[in-house]
Design a binder for this molecule. Structure first.
Ligand code: IMP
Length: 409
């Protein structure tokens, strides 16, 4: 069975924890897009791991993980990450493989990425990890794939620092190469979890272009970035937070207005309680009200079977919760997510109010045990997005999660 899990907002929805949770029932985990720009945090037995390129399933001793063809891989950062895992007692050897069709990031791409963003009239606020350059080189047909490392004619095109860098990692990389199409076919009868990176709203085609990342972070990327076709996908889950965050630049219609005293207080509360600081860059994340217009759009273009709600416990102490159900743009009410950046920048959220539950959710292990007002909030989201909330997370630990509908069954 094949389950795809993606971020349903602008990244940082808590995917790492959910992938780790669902990986228990999978035999293989495949990461299919992005690269070192991602930051997946997982807490196991009080120990925190920040993963950037290695799929989150690695923390289970019996799982094998794959880095897919849709990824752009920074070898230096990858081997640093693998060393960090080993230093923390995670034996990864023989369990991490890379698609021979995956692209590589050269060190100069990181510098080029930062320079390019600095020169932009409207900077995107990239993570500076070389992503955009690597994906552009791929689209230009000038990229370097893992399979190219033993293509003599291609390797003869490199010299100086690039060649020295490639030669430093070549043998290690080639020892981890696989034909992922063949592997996916071989494992057809097993449970495979496909792990997205970033979020649907940062997808190169359907996100808030040009303020997006450069990979295919939507559910369809699980096909283009791994080696299966659309028929092979059984379930698609989208992870979203009970509020909204975004890192870097670009429109965010429900962003808290920090010039307004009460919204700025709310922003500080959400940012600190939700630990809203980037795992990869340390940047403070922009925070705002849950944007249901954007979430419904993400549910639609990803054929989401279910949603995974995280950080619901952030609201435990609040009297009232608000969520955005429409935008007001130039005096008109808009309910479909606009593609035009000007419109998105002008959009003012139309907010729906919900009563808080004023109870700690930490110890709750069952949906039916949630306070009535928490269930009301969830049921509203389900009706609005026409998508069931299948999993709810109320804390950082693996066991602070409960399943309403198991995607593997
Ligand atoms: P890039 O992927 O480094 O090119 O950055 C493009 C945009 O995507 C920037 O606004 C980044 O902050 C954002 N971004 C990239 N990766 C992530 C992520 O994993 N979580 C949240 N935002 C991300």
């Amino acid at each position: 069975m094949n389950v795809v899990i993606i971020g349903a907002q602008w990244g940082d929805e808590g995917k790492g924890k959910i992938v780790d949770y669902l990986a228990e029932d999978a035999k293989y985990v495949v990461r299919y897009s992005g690269g070192p720009n991602a930051g997946h945090t997982i807490v196991v037995d009080g120990k925190q791991f920040a993963l950037h390129q290695v799929p989150s399933g690695i923390l289970y001793k019996d799982k094998t993980v794959f880095l897919g063809s849709g990824m752009v891989i920074d070898p230096e950062a990858l081997f640093d990450e693998l060393k960090m895992l080993k230093d923390n007692g995670i034996d990864w050897e023989g369990r991490v493989f890379i698609s021979d069709r995956a692209q590589l990031i050269l060190p100069k791409y990181r510098t080029m990425d930062k320079e390019r963003d600095a020169q932009r009239k409207r900077p995107i606020g990239t993570t500076g990890r070389g992503m955009g350059i690597a994906y552009a080189e791929k689209a230009h047909r000038d990229g370097v794939r893992l399979a190219d490392l033993d293509w003599a004619e291609k390797m003869a095109e490199f010299d100086g620092e690039d060649l020295e860098y490639i030669n430093r990692y070549k043998d290690q990389l080639l020892s981890m190469r696989v034909d992922l199409v063949a592997k996916m076919h071989e494992f057809k009868k097993d449970n495979i979890l496909f792990e997205g990176a970033q979020g649907a709203m940062l997808d190169i085609d359907s996100g808030t272009y040009p303020y997006v990342s450069s990979g295919t972070s939507c559910a369809a990327g699980a096909c283009t970035g791994s080696g299966i076709g659309p028929h092979e996908i059984d379930r698609i889950l989208g992870v979203f937070k009970a509020y909204q965050t975004r890192v870097g630049n670009g429109p965010m219609p429900t962003e808290f207005n920090e010039a307004d005293e009460s919204e700025s207080e709310l922003c500080r509360y959400v940012r600190d309680t939700g630990r809203e600081y980037g795992v990869t860059t340390g940047r403070a994340r922009r925070c705002g009200y849950l944007d249901l217009v954007a979430l419904r759009y993400a549910c639609r273009f990803n054929s989401m079977d279910g949603l995974v709600l995280t950080h619901l416990d952030i609201y435990d102490t609040m009297d009232q919760i608000e969520a955005c159900v429409a935008y007001e743009i130039d005096g008109k009410i808009v309910t479909d997510f606009p593609s035009n950046v000007d419109m998105l920048n002008k959009a003012k959220p139309v907010l729906e109010k919900f009563d808080g539950w004023k109870t700690s959710l930490k110890e709750i292990k069952k949906y039916s045990k949630l306070p009535k007002n928490a269930r009301k909030y969830i049921e509203f989201i389900e009706a609005f997005t026409e998508t069931p909330v299948s999993i709810v997370s109320v804390g950082y630990e693996r066991n602070e999660t409960f399943i309403r509908k198991n995607p593997w069954k």
